[in-house]
Design a protein around this ligand. Structure first.
Ligand SMILES: Nc1ncnc2c1ncn2[C@@H]1O[C@H](COP(=O)(O)OP(=O)(O)OP(=O)(O)O)[C@@H](O)[C@H]1O
Length: 592
């Protein structure tokens, strides 16, 4: 076993540890059921050998009453055992899901560039469920089978050592068959889970883009892609089923052969007076019990191997070190004045190391200064925002906040001082109130604070007109908001965050003139007194900037005020602005 495998095994055991007493109690209750089960053939033998001699019906009544009592105890123990194991499985899986979710969201942004969302959510749902099935019923059945198998073997030996030797041939054979099947299934299960994740990814992506799919009439193409992915999973699953089917056939043949041989030799022993008929009957019952439980143990082995294969990725994810460890509460973190300095920063995204997103980038932003980043698509504007937010770190060069090297500051400290309004504002399912309260992570903002922020963001009026005001539910099952309304909620959120550094990522794109006017008013309030980095094409936003940084292929190509840049008719800026202004002129005028 190598170090990695040992580490994964340790993680599995850690998961079970808190529920060990529940499992132990389940085990004890299970022992009761096994003892009763094992005494059943003995009771049958006693019944057969004595009922002929018994003259009074009293004897039969007593035997019947004792049996009812025993069956009742067995029934109660079975229910308790079922509950204890099933509940332990549910508790373990819930804990696993919570830990896995924490491990995933604790990873840096680069991790999400490499792993797609469908895959990750599949790990949380399908993979974890496989483990649950194994941990609950399969484990319970395997333990019971193991106990029955051992107890039955001891009783067989006591009844007839000679006949028991025959069993020594059968049990190892079926265990061997199961081990072989288990090995084959384990690696295939991993493939099945990976393919299931791909199917999930395709489905999720198409649901998320359902409007686009309908608009372009791509339903048939989408069906074809989904069919191809599910067919692949189906082939792999059927392969596994075939292995199991073969295994079932082999073990059942071994068992029947064992029965035949036992009857053959046992019959002769009865004829020779070495065994009574009752003893032979109980021997056969024990033999069947041992054979059945041996295949139960081996079946579990197969299930376990399947679960090990299927959950390998889950435990790999769990073993990842969190990139963003838990931090102190936001109130304890230092407040920046808002100076930002890039010194000779070079950066390539980990997913595309050959492509330099920033080259020798130098920029000093004073506290409270408003900077607009402009440039063609792919010039590196969003990359600047990602580095400021600490989503990635520069490959070389320095990034400083208030003159302090960002490497020496915690991500919590940096992010505490930044608010962001995104291009496509993200709103969660939940009320409008909760969506604005999202601004603060260490305390719940009061309703008054939220209303105040919404008023400054020009959002209060439209929120009040909604059916449930601030309690209106958003998201899939809630109210759908317009682009401008979403942006005003995002602005309210940023106002409530009250950070000294503000990042506006094309915050006023794709709005009609009236909405843009309202959003601009909200932004104006938001930007007051804060260092602001605006990523934009819109003239109305650019005109608010004190300096404009024109970017081209990861470098600064021009820098200065709008007036100074526009005078240079050879620069990129004047070309960009001419196009932008003629585009904006074609839009509806702002109402008075
Ligand atoms: N997550 C990523 N992984 C790999 N490469 C990326 C990633 N994000 C951006 N890039 C690449 O980095 C370069 C800079 O991209 P960036 O998003 O900063 O440009 P931008 O100026 O913001 O463009 P746009 O105006 O279109 O948003 C581009 O070549 C882009 O393809």
């Amino acid at each position: 076993m190598n170090l990695e495998t040992r580490k994964l095994h340790r993680l599995r055991l850690q998961l079970i540890r808190p529920y060990i007493y529940r499992l132990l109690l389940g085990f004890i209750v299970m022992l009761v059921t096994v003892v009763i089960q094992l005494s059943f053939p003995k009771a049958v033998a006693y019944f057969i050998d004595n009922s002929v001699k018994a003259q009074q019906s009293d004897w039969l009544t007593w035997v019947g009453l004792v049996m009812i009592l025993v069956f009742l105890i067995h029934a109660a123990a079975t229910s308790l055992r079922y509950y204890l194991f099933e509940s332990a499985g549910t508790l373990i899986v819930t804990r696993l899901k919570q830990q896995l979710y924490g491990a995933i969201i604790g990873q840096g942004i680069g991790f999400f560039d490499r792993n797609n969302v469908g895959n990750l959510s599949n790990r949380l749902s399908a993979d974890v469920e496989v483990l649950k099935d194994t941990l609950t019923m399969a484990l319970a059945i395997a333990l019971r089978s193991l106990l029955t198998c051992i107890g039955g073997a001891v009783l067989l030996l006591m009844l007839s050592p000679k006949l028991s030797l025959l069993m020594l041939v059968v049990v190892p054979l079926s265990i061997l068959a199961a081990r072989q099947a288990g090995k084959m299934v384990s690696s295939r299960s991993k493939l099945v889970q990976d393919n299931l994740a791909d199917c999930n990814h395709i489905a999720q992506e198409s649901f998320a883009n359902i409007r686009l799919m309908h608009a372009f009439g791509q339903q048939n193409g989408a069906k074809r892609r989904y069919r191809a992915a599910t067919d692949k999973t189906q082939d792999l699953s059927l392969g596994n089923t075939r292995i199991f089917a073969g295994f079932q056939g082999v073990t059942s043949f071994i068992q029947y052969m064992a029965l035949l041989v036992t009857l053959w030799f046992g019959g002769q022993m009865v004829l020779e007076g070495q065994l009574s008929i009752g003893e032979l009957t109980s021997f056969i019952l024990y033999a069947a019990m041992v054979a059945m439980s041996a295949s139960g143990v081996s079946w579990f082995w197969g299930e376990w191997m399947k679960a090990v294969g299927a959950t390998e990725r889950v435990f790999e994810l769990l073993s990842l070190q969190p990139q963003i460890p838990e931090g102190p509460s936001e109130a304890e973190l230092p407040q920046f004045r808002g100076e930002i300095a890039f010194e000779n920063v070079e950066f390539s995204y980990p997913a595309r190391p050959e492509n330099k997103a920033l080259r020798r980038f130098n920029l000093s932003v004073a506290a409270g200064e408003k900077i607009a980043l402009v440039g063609s698509s792919g010039a590196g504007k969003s990359t600047i925002a990602s580095l400021i937010l600490g989503f990635y770190t520069p490959d070389s060069g320095k990034l400083r906040f208030d003159g302090v090297d960002a490497d020496t500051l915690s991500l919590h400290a940096i992010r505490r001082n930044i608010a962001i309004v995104e291009q496509e504002p993200s709103l969660f399912s939940g009320s409008i109130l909760e969506n604005i309260q999202y601004a603060l992570s260490d305390r719940l903002a009061t309703e008054e604070e939220v209303i105040q922020a919404a008023k400054h963001a020009n959002a209060h009026e439209f929120i009040c007109k909604l059916p449930c005001g601030y309690d209106t539910q958003l998201g899939d099952r809630g109210v759908q908001l317009s682009g401008g309304q979403k942006q005003r909620i995002a602005i309210a959120r940023a106002i409530l965050r009250d950070a000294n550094i503000l990042i506006l990522d094309e915050a006023t794109s794709a709005l009609d003139a009236h909405n843009e006017h309202l959003v601009q008013q909200g932004l104006e309030h938001l930007m007051k007194g804060r260092t602001t980095i605006m990523i934009t094409h819109r003239f109305s936003t650019i005109s608010r900037a004190q300096r404009i940084v024109v970017m081209d292929k990861g470098e600064i190509s021009q820098i200065g005020s709008h007036d100074s840049l526009i005078r240079n008719s050879n620069g990129i800026y004047s070309g960009l602005m001419q196009k932008q202004l003629s585009y904006e002129a074609s839009l509806e005028p702002v109402p008075a």
